[in-house]
Design a protein around this ligand. Structure first.
Ligand SMILES: Cc1cc2nc3c(=O)[nH]c(=O)nc-3n(C[C@H](O)[C@H](O)[C@H](O)COP(=O)(O)OP(=O)(O)OC[C@H]3O[C@@H](n4cnc5c(N)ncnc54)[C@H](O)[C@@H]3O)c2cc1C
Length: 503
């Protein structure tokens, strides 16, 4: 059943449910549907509308401090389905090595392994409309493996675009007996007991209608910025009533830096030169995907990163430009390219794992509140030495492999070329070509000193507050996050179902 909080006749009524879930993006919706299918009563609160963003979209505005970034409001959607209303549909689970990089730092570890999430892969694939097949194969003679992404395609034949969960599940939620779906219901307040228990949460609509929701369990699924923001706000407002632990809320925040790092000239089509390259794994626009294999990651002590090699359409014009650029510094190479019959050029994009640094954090901007009276956020985010090493090591290895095996050559963007001159050169990062994978901030950890939630996504010290979404990721790998977000949400639903049964 769906209703709009604005349509309530009385003000501040109360509702009881088994689980109250805040946020109807991929995380909240996946958890809600699974719990409802097991017979539990769910109150699902969505701050935005059913099919549009209202004036409360401005609550998503905030300020990035540090490396250049895009507007925070642009990076998210605040209505039913969350950012699945605009996502690109790229899917891939994390690599198993991403769950444990203690070789780099004590903080680079999850309290669970990839094995804990694999049982949820098939259902996550169904929800996101992708094949549950993510193969990879080492490329002989190199430090690289070719990897496979899947691309979400709702109605493959008629309307091949990434799945919008609002369109896919709207009717099911409207008709659900077990889900009470309340739109225009923004989390604004709550009642807490002894720093351990949430008694109820309060939701406010755009015209000021309010509802209190009591439940056995509460789940925050508001995305990778709002989850830490609301925990920070409740801690500030309710102090020890909310939590008695000094949790690192907002800390270890991460994104996936995405940069165009250069162009790669192949002397022959990639797949004709490298026998293990699978063309059937190519994505839209002829992308091929490479990343370091595990041995290279461990031996170079590099975090994970993925190259997206995008075939350029206008080869002749781009090849001519590259020949001109090479002509002075490397005339023999320019002549080789000019004389080649099967030369092709790929744009080289790199998306990589950001180091979970404690100083990269979400903070409340107390001088600046949104329309609901809640402080906006400032996000301090700066790439660290480990991030520059990941970028440099991986790029250098790709360039060396191309040159030594005489497959092709790489031409770097000038900002990166300048930084590659010496190991200690700092990188002047330009504006990335994409940003918006918000991770960390309520990271998962075995102890409250290093994390906000435990291995079951329960807030340390709380008996009934859980968080789901990429804010729980202790490390980010380089895969786009939504597949893992859905796996985690389904795992949380299983855990809550067990708790409810044993109650
Ligand atoms: C342009 C773009 C392209 C992307 N492409 C990809 C991609 O190709 N592959 C990929 O894996 N990921 C991609 N992403 C990221 C992906 O969209 C997110 O990882 C995913 O949507 C996160 O899911 P979530 O449910 O945790 O959060 P969200 O999708 O952010 O959902 C949070 C929900 O909570 C609601 N909410 C927020 N605050 C409140 C409140 N106070 N009260 C009540 N409700 C509230 C919001 O309205 C929203 O519905 C992309 C993102 C963007 C912006």
């Amino acid at each position: 059943m769906r209703f709009n909080l604005n349509d309530l006749a009385t003000s501040t009524p109360s509702i009881h449910s088994d689980v109250c879930i805040v946020g109807s993006g991929p995380a909240g919706l996946s958890a809600a549907r699974k719990l409802a299918s097991l017979g539990f009563k769910i109150f699902l609160a969505e701050g935005g509308g059913h099919g549009r963003e209202g004036n409360l979209k401005s609550c998503y505005e905030g300020e990035y401090i540090g490396d250049p970034n895009y507007s925070m409001a642009w990076q998210r959607r605040r209505y039913f389905g969350g950012s699945s209303n605009c996502w690109g549909g790229w899917c891939r689970p994390l690599d198993s090595i991403d769950f444990n990089r203690e070789d780099i730092d004590d903080h680079c570890i999850w309290p669970i392994t990839s094995q804990h999430l694999i049982p949820y892969s098939a259902d996550a694939a169904k929800i996101l409309d992708v094949d549950n097949q993510f193969d990879s194969r080492d490329i002989p003679g190199s430090k690289f493996k070719q990897i496979q992404f899947q691309f979400s395609q709702f109605e493959k034949q008629t309307n091949p675009r990434p799945t919008r969960l609002r369109e896919k599940y709207g009717l099911e939620i409207d008709n659900s007996k077990n889900i009470t779906f309340c739109v225009d219901a923004n989390l604004t307040d709550g009642s807490f007991y002894k720093g351990q228990t949430v008694k109820y949460l309060t939701f406010t609509s755009s015209i000021g209608k309010r509802i209190n929701v009591a439940a056995k369990y509460f789940v925050f699924a508001m995305g990778g910025i709002e989850n830490p923001r609301y925990l920070l706000w409740f801690r500030k407002k309710f102090k020890a009533e909310f939590s008695r632990l000094n949790l690192p809320i907002g800390r270890y925040w991460m994104d996936h830096p995405h940069y165009k790092i250069g162009e790669v000239v192949y002397f022959n089509k990639l797949e004709t030169q490298v026998s293990s390259i699978e063309t059937k794994w190519y994505g839209p626009d002829g992308h091929a995907y490479l990343s370091f294999n595990s041995n290279a990651l461990l031996s170079l002590r590099s975090l994970n990163g993925g190259f997206r090699l995008k075939s350029r359409k206008n080869h002749a014009r781009i090849t001519k430009r590259i020949i001109e650029e090479f002509a002075c510094a490397a005339p023999a190479l320019a002549a080789k390219i000019a004389g080649g019959e099967n030369i092709c050029v790929y744009e080289c994009l790199f998306a990589y794992e950001q180091f979970p640094d404690k100083e990269n954090r979400v903070e409340l901007d107390l001088a600046n509140v949104d329309l609901l009276g809640i402080p906006r956020v400032q996000i301090f985010n700066k790439k660290r030495e480990q991030d520059s090493l990941t970028l440099k090591h991986t790029t250098l290895a790709l360039s060396d492999w191309l040159t030594q095996s005489d497959i092709g050559r790489m031409k770097l963007e000038s900002w990166l070329a300048a930084a590659m001159v010496g190991e200690n050169q700092t990188v002047s990062y330009p504006v990335p070509f994409y940003a918006g994978h918000h991770m960390g901030g309520t990271r998962m950890s075995n102890t409250p000193s290093t994390g906000v939630v435990d291995k079951d996504c329960r807030v340390h010290g709380s008996s009934n507050l859980f968080i789901t979404g990429s804010s729980c990721f202790p490390t980010g790998g380089h895969s786009n996050p939504t597949f893992t977000i859905v796996q985690l949400a389904l795992r949380l639903a299983d855990h809550l179902a067990n708790c409810l049964k044993s109650n």
